[in-house]
Design a protein around this ligand. Sequence first.
Ligand code: PA5
Length: 329
Amino acid sequence: MEKMLTLIRTLPSQIEEALKTELPKIPDNIKRVFFSGMGGSAIAGDIVRSLLLDSGVEVDVIRDYTLPPYVDRDSLLIAISYSGNTEETISVFEEAIKRKIPSVSISSGGKLKEISQDAGVPHIEVKGGLPPRTALGYLFTYSLRLLAPLEGVSTLIEYVRGLPEFLLSLQKELEDEESEARELADRFYLRIPVIYSSSRLFPVAFRWKTQINENAKAFVHVAVFPEMNHNEISGIKNPEEKVEMLWLVFLRDEEDHPRIKLRMKLTADILRDSVMGLTFVDSKGRNPIERIFHLIYLGDYVSYYLSKYYNEDPIAIPRIDILKERLKK
Ligand code: PA5
């Protein structure tokens, strides 16, 4: 069995395991939540942010070196780095400790764990030895469960309990010879995928991008509605021979704003003749978490199948490794 496929299949069991682990308690007075992380680790925070958009809790994800000045002691900082050694995440985390911001860290070890132990900051240890992007089940479930005392989170955690079973049944569909995932990979091969979604679903569109980048070593563009209607829709024209290579995907959700639903349809009508083709992909599931993870899992499989088309090893990320090595010097 191909290693990446085996890892993709562990998503449901990771969630199950992470639902059982005992977690540290966060302070009672938390008003805002900030995640610090990069790449495959940051996505967990993006998904939590999207799920809590309608709650009274402000959530933001910091993908940078510095902790903004407005992060105060009523805030919680969750630093996530799967390896525990990502310099941007460590820099934000160290600043949070210096400014006495309530913090928690999540990693499989590395410096993040050491710094947490030295500073007496709660740390959640994730099982090691995985490519960070394949540890999403752990990272997401821990992140959400940490926030259990906050408004609206307990209902979401209830939804997560049903997620492993839902994902297991999806696995069968996605691995079918005629699956939507294989068909999309086929469409994307030798073309440029362009992924659109509402801003609420942006974490999903962005996950498609990062998975296609890292697993298939392929270029992909991502943009959001309604903003793209105010600029990009004009740009999908020149140079014509390149634009003809685009394959557009519109990720749709039943809770998208009605005007976004209309905008997607009208945009597709306008752009259809300029591009190679387009596909509408509708989320499915009994609740927002299942719908988000349906699309995420679909994208994960698409990126895996596309890696096979390009004959790329979906696990290896040599350019990222080289860059990290050079940065150390
Ligand atoms: O998927 C990957 O390997 C990357 O996107 C990493 O997640 C990213 O470089 C950050 O590393 P880490 O997740 O270990 O903090």
